[in-house]
Design a protein around this ligand. Structure first.
Ligand code: ASP
Length: 410
């Protein structure tokens, strides 16, 4: 009989459970030092590979996203309204995520890990907003890449993407090069992600062996925090925009978006959900040419759920590391997470790679990602639902702003 290979999500879940069990055994047997010496290094190798991906993925996916907007003159009005809606809702998502994460934090629901108490923060993010602003602009492209200075990499992506659009016909080769390299890095990303069960097992064992069983409760709490934020954002922002801007009742909106939400929950990919989102948006009354423009763009750059996840995870990881963030630093998180979510591809797990970018930009230890890596899929299911719902709501609003009528088809 032919043996069926376990799917990657199942492998990750199996690795997670195995890691927890082995970790608990090592904790009980006082083998924490052993796991730190012989298992954690495999997790570190995996995290290093993820870090290696961050610069090329951000650079190429952002330029590719900008190119996919096409000729800004032609798409003019629709483009600006769409991007404005995306940016505004994503920034609100970040604020909701940060507020909830801070409430959980203030209630001491997030732990400070052992050995992290009183840790020195070696973050390079300045507390001074003007310094941060100045530091965003690169004086040397290569040093931005070699230092993985993500804010600078984003500015470079915006400039190069804008340049490619402005150069028109002459930039044909540049467009093809970006698309081609993006396809290559996408394959490399898929390969590295396929190694994640090894990384998850190694890191989970180490985390549980050194921190004890209490860490598991903390993970459940951080998941709860993210899901409350997802739900709040959907109820507050999308109900409001559906009603106020598109003139559709929230109940009709969520019912209409339902099939796309279910598909997103199981596929954890906005890109894969695209055909279903299109059908839902059109049935809800979006104009076809507008939804054809807004939805693919949204599946590439509009990720409210991802932004919430990145904010919640950043606060959680900062707390675990014994770092208290100031309000100024939270503003930097809003900006970075908004940009990071724009750079996130609509594929499973992509938001976690961009989380590495937010942590790097904040000067937090990227290795800490491994604490939540094992349960990332659970975060991803919820955040992808929110991502596609946001795209559909935007298609309806822009239809209305362009003078169309949003009439749900029954
Ligand atoms: N899976 C998400 C999506 O496709 C992206 C992410 O990982 O945050 O929308």
């Amino acid at each position: 009989m032919e043996k069926k290979k376990m799917s990657l999500p199942m492998q990750i879940v199996a690795a997670l459970i195995a890691g927890i069990i082995v970790g608990l055994i090592c904790y009980a047997a006082h083998l924490a030092a052993f796991t730190a010496a012989y298992l954690k290094p495999f997790g570190t190798i995996f995290v290093n590979l993820l870090k290696f991906l961050v610069v090329p993925v951000v650079l190429l996916s952002m330029i590719d996203g900008i190119i996919s907007m096409g000729d800004m003159k032609k798409v003019g009005a629709v483009g600006w309204k769409t991007v404005a809606y995306f940016l505004a809702t994503t920034a609100i998502a970040c604020v909701i995520g940060l507020v909830l994460a801070n409430i959980f934090n203030a209630a001491h629901l997030f732990p400070v890990l052992q050995n992290a108490e009183g840790a020195e923060w070696t973050g390079k993010t300045s507390q001074n907003f003007m310094d941060t602003l100045v530091a965003m602009f690169p004086s040397n492209m290569w040093s931005a890449f070699t230092n993985a200075d993500m804010l600078q990499v984003i500015v470079i992506a915006l400039l190069l993407g804008g340049g490619i659009l402005a150069a028109g016909e002459k930039a044909k080769l540049a467009k093809e090069i970006v698309a081609s390299f993006y396809a290559v890095i996408d394959k490399v990303m898929t390969f590295i992600i396929s190694l994640s069960p090894i990384g998850v097992f190694a890191m989970m064992t180490w985390v549980v062996a050194t921190q004890g069983p209490e860490i598991l409760g903390s993970l459940a709490l951080v998941l709860l925090c993210a899901y409350i934020a997802y739900a709040l954002h959907a109820v507050l922002v999308y109900s409001f925009s559906a009603k106020a801007f598109a003139g559709v009742s929230p109940i009709a909106f969520f019912r209409g978006a339902g099939p796309a939400v279910i598909f997103a929950f199981t596929s954890t990919s906005s890109a894969a959900t695209l055909p279903v989102s299109k059908e839902c948006a059109d049935k809800l009354g979006a104009e076809e040419d507008i939804s054809s423009f807004v939805l693919p763009l949204g599946a590439t750059i509009n990720m409210d759920g991802t932004a919430i996840y990145q904010c919640v995870a950043t606060i959680f990881i900062a707390t675990c590391s014994g770092v208290r963030l100031t309000v100024g630093q939270m503003v930097v998180i809003v900006v970075t997470a908004t940009l990071a979510s724009i750079g996130t591809a609509g594929t499973p797990g992509a938001g976690m790679i961009m989380l590495a970018m937010v942590l790097t930009a904040m000067g937090l230890d990227v290795n800490m990602i491994m604490i939540i890596y094992g349960v990332d899929r659970l975060f991803d299911m919820g955040r992808t639902c929110l991502n596609v719902t946001g795209d559909i709501s935007c298609a309806l609003c822009v239809t209305r702003w362009e003078g169309g009528k949003v009439q749900p088809k029954t």
